[in-house]
Design a protein around this ligand. Structure first.
Ligand code: AMP
Length: 434
């Protein structure tokens, strides 16, 4: 067995190699287009923030803060956290840059890496990327619907088709305390049927029991009282209005009365978007698997909680690695990865020098071309051109240098033609257009 190299990637983190980059580029290009259309401005915030920002914002009793944060003590003694999510940093930037004075709503988007100390597994990393959209200063449920619509459109543009939107309302400061009581009254007598974490959650954050993925907790959850039956009037009206908007734009949503999401700051609307795939298992048996791609919700108290004014807000985030994995599996990019159609072969010192100049001319003419400047034999270079499945190879030898010409070889037939060097761009354009 080959010896493992001494240095390896940190657990749960990965290298994004050149062959994967086109997927990421496609995703970010799609996001930029949608953001421009819907009037979102791009924001980039630091990759580290004061750790207290997340303790207060994301919440002390969330998994993210309790178990997953990478914290750093700087040489100056500050305690910083590598960002585990985007929202608190963007809220901090909204407050710090006086964005309240801008015409409202303020629409911001971003993408980039996040860090969570998770148990690594398929689709779950310790460094991963998200695409994030946030809207500040608008309390209408129309904005909730628009955020959901934007993520849905984003995934549709990337060719996803079997998408499921789950929505729920988790109330506000008016109705949540009462619902929590109702829930605790239901959970207490059943605590022996819950996992150890959930037994603790009954005291600290009972809503999170509904979020637990443990089989036995799921069984208890299935009969639990639902928040939708205990919403106050204003939350009920908001939720009803959201569903009307979603109906109006024909989005395929489901109500999931137990969707709570893992974060403390959500108020009213919460949502997730899943991609469903049918996987064929042994003997023709099919199972449907779901991959969570997007999560988000409304957070009307967070701006104030982090030192700003009373500004309602709504947002969401999509997991880029999970989207890439599915795009690969479903062949969504395939033909779109640009492959060069021309190879440049050169023979000898002078042609090699001329090649550098010619490559730059072709780049300016937007003709994508590849080469193997380190090789000298024509045979090896043609073999490489064959392997790359290019349509044409340009051959530049000593004789052509003297004549100021170049050979164009059509790879599938082996047919060759000699053209004047100053006509090569024109000739290639003509041939590649066919
Ligand atoms: P969250 O910020 O936890 O609401 O997650 C939003 C989306 O980010 C999820 O639906 C996933 O697609 C993605 N995501 C969250 N955590 C991870 C992780 N550890 N590794 C990869 N993707 C993740």
């Amino acid at each position: 067995m080959a010896k493992r190299p001494k240095f390896q990637r940190p657990t749960g983190m990965k290298d994004i190699l050149p062959e994967e980059q086109p997927y990421f580029e496609k995703i970010y290009r799609t996001v930029d287009d949608i953001a421009r259309f819907y009037g979102f401005g791009k924001i980039d915030t630091p990759m580290v923030e004061d750790s207290e920002l997340y303790e207060r914002g994301t919440g002390q009793s969330t998994d993210i803060v309790e178990k997953q944060m990478y914290t750093i003590k700087t040489k100056g003694g500050d305690v910083l956290a590598m960002r585990p999510e985007f929202t608190p940093g963007i809220v901090r930037a909204f407050n710090e840059n006086g964005m309240l004075n801008l015409p409202q709503p303020v629409k911001l988007y971003t993408y980039g890496p996040l860090f969570r100390y998770e148990h690594p597994q398929a689709g779950r990393f310790r460094q991963f990327n998200q695409v994030d959209f946030e809207v500040f200063g608008e309390e209408s449920a129309a904005i909730d619907a628009q955020i959901i619509q934007i993520f849905y459109a984003f995934l549709r543009d990337l060719k996803f088709s079997h998408l499921i939107i789950e929505v729920n309302s988790i109330g506000d400061a008016q109705c949540r305390p009462y619902y929590k009581k109702v829930l605790v009254n239901y959970l207490r007598p059943r605590q022996n049927s819950l996992c150890a974490d959930c037994r603790r959650r009954i005291r600290e954050n009972p809503l999170r029991v509904l979020d637990c993925k443990e089989e036995k907790c799921q069984r208890v959850k299935a009969q639990a009282p639902q928040f939708l039956d205990h919403l106050c009037d204003s939350c009920k009206t908001h939720f009803k209005s959201l569903l009307e908007f979603l109906d109006e734009i024909d989005l395929p949503y489901h109500l999931d009365p137990y969707l709570v999401r893992g974060l403390d700051y959500y108020t009213k609307t919460v949502f997730e978007i899943f991609s469903e795939s049918t996987v064929e298992q042994k003997e023709g048996e099919e199972t449907v698997t779901r991959s969570a791609l997007v999560g988000g919700g409304r957070y009307d108290n967070l701006v104030r909680l982090l030192g700003g004014k009373d500004v309602p807000a709504m947002g969401g985030a999509a997991g880029v690695e999970r989207i890439v994995a599915l795009m690969k599996e479903k062949g969504f990019l395939g033909a779109e990865i640009p492959v060069p159609k021309v190879f440049l072969a050169q023979l000898g010192d002078l042609p090699k020098k001329k090649s550098l100049k010619l490559l730059e001319e072709l780049r300016r003419a937007k003709i994508s071309i590849t080469e193997s400047l380190g090789r000298d034999s024509l045979r090896t270079q043609l073999a490489r051109a064959d392997k790359l499945e290019v349509e044409y190879t340009l051959i530049l030898g000593q004789r052509e240098m003297l004549d100021e010409t170049i050979v164009i070889r059509k790879m599938d037939t082996g047919e060759q033609a000699i053209v004047k060097m100053d006509k090569v761009v024109e000739e290639l354009r003509k041939r590649l257009k066919k």
